[in-house]
Design a protein around this ligand. Structure first.
Ligand code: COA
Length: 373
């Protein structure tokens, strides 16, 4: 796959070595040497999480033990529950997740020598779906949900807790694939943020909290929510084509399109688009998927821009009855695996990340005492 040559925003800059993921540059998208397409079609998200965090795919026994620990890690300690109750109903769910992560760092501290970093990794992966769904139901239905569940997978657990009923197997499969696709993507903005924080010898919670902050913006993870908002503006494909053309004329950015690294296509798109189509058929949608395809066609014709993972993730999540504001928090539930892998890797051969800037400000200005200004 070709990659872009650009300046600004550190584009094209190789900022370190990593054995976790390849993106573009002739290798395609691989997690620790495994093709993402194969993983998304065949693996369980928990296997991929294990692969990213520990370096190799688990044996059956290792996977079973890992899943068992993840299940225990769903539990919400009382201080977290109390804090979630205090966070307002109209808070952005990304802020809820960020706060939940930060607070957990106060309650279950990391050891200064990081010797419990693997336990913390499992804890964070397990607890994120509980944080979001507990906060959601407390504020929307005045109910304190239990984190107990027989659901084995993170995908199934999240859907069960959100909808408070056993999830459809098709939805669990789709969510599983989506979590795999979102799990890791090399030195993207949030992962690089996590590595910068880690490079100061700070703790895992601080690195993940900072990464969530970076992910929140619409140029990064927030694009899936913005894409849904865009799709929902239109009632028909014709209307969407007209409306998006107008936005392009007005130089607006269409969220869910384009990519810093990929030039012609995002390899993750084909898989999530297929899931979006299947889910559309499952719920009998005859509007949103068609509108999405119309926007995709127009974006290619007008700008040679292609949908990235966020565009069809938006409709796929929508078809599973997930509120739009929870799309980026789902990204957290997945990308935490990649962040953790990078935090652990950074610690293995740490060097403070501290680049320099080119100074372009004024020079040689004489100080004028305050009374003379
Ligand atoms: N809609 C409309 N125009 C777009 C666009 C989009 N989604 N993405 C890029 N462009 C245009 C820019 O306006 C710019 O045009 P110009 O040269 O005439 O000014 C050109 O393409 C280059 O874009 P730029 O933003 O400089 O590229 P980048 O490498 O810095 O940005 C993204 C990459 C992902 C930030 C960018 O494509 C974007 O903002 N996409 C929408 C947000 C999104 O989906 N983010 C999720 C990424 S996985």
């Amino acid at each position: 796959m070709e990659t872009k040559k650009k300046v600004g925003g550190l584009a094209g800059v190789v900022a370190g070595k990593s054995a976790i993921c390849t993106v573009g540059t002739g290798h395609g998208l691989n997690y620790r040497g495994y093709d993402i397409i194969e993983l998304a079609n065949l693996a369980q998200f928990e296997e991929v999480a294990y692969l990213l965090i520990f370096g190799d795919l688990p044996s059956q026994e290792q996977l079973q033990a890992f899943k068992h620990k993840l299940k225990i890690a769903r539990n919400l300690p009382d201080p977290i529950k109390e804090a979630l109750k205090l966070i307002p109903k109209d808070a952005h769910p990304m802020d809820v997740m960020r706060t939940g992560c930060s607070l957990l760092g106060c309650v279950e501290k990391e050891k200064p020598d990081f010797s419990n970093q693997e336990d913390i990794s499992i804890r964070l992966l397990g607890i994120f779906p509980s944080i979001l769904t507990f906060w959601h139901h407390y504020h929307h239905d005045k109910t304190e949900i239990s984190t107990q569940s027989d659901e084995e997978s993170i995908a199934g657990y999240f859907l069960e807790k959100l909808h408070r009923k056993p999830p459809k197997p098709l939805w669990v499969k789709a969510m599983n694939a989506s979590l795999i696709l979102y799990a890791e993507h090399e030195f993207n903005a949030s992962t690089f943020t996590a590595r910068i924080v880690t490079s100061t010898l700070s703790d895992t919670y601080s690195a993940i909290t900072a990464a969530i902050g970076a992910l929140r913006g619409p140029l990064h993870g927030g694009a899936n929510e913005a894409a849904m908002d865009l799709i929902m503006e239109f009632s028909t494909q014709e209307e969407a084509i007209k409306g998006v053309r107008k936005k392009l004329e007005n130089k607006a950015k269409i969220m869910g399109f384009g990519h810093r690294v990929y030039v012609k296509a995002d390899p993750r798109n084909a898989i999530i688009k297929e899931w979006s189509k299947k889910l559309a058929q499952d719920v009998g949608d005859d509007r949103i998927y068609t509108i999405s395809e119309g926007i995709e066609k127009l974006m290619w014709e007008e700008k040679k821009l292609f949908p990235n993972l966020d565009f069809y993730s938006a409709s796929a999540y929508h078809f599973m009855g997930i509120p739009t504001a929870y799309f980026t928090p789902i990204f957290i539930m997945s990308r935490t695996t990649g962040w953790l892998a990078h935090i652990i890797e950074q610690r293995q051969d740490n060097k403070l990340i501290r680049p320099s800037s080119e100074y372009i400000g004024p020079q040689n200005r004489p100080y004028v005492p305050i009374q003379n200004r």
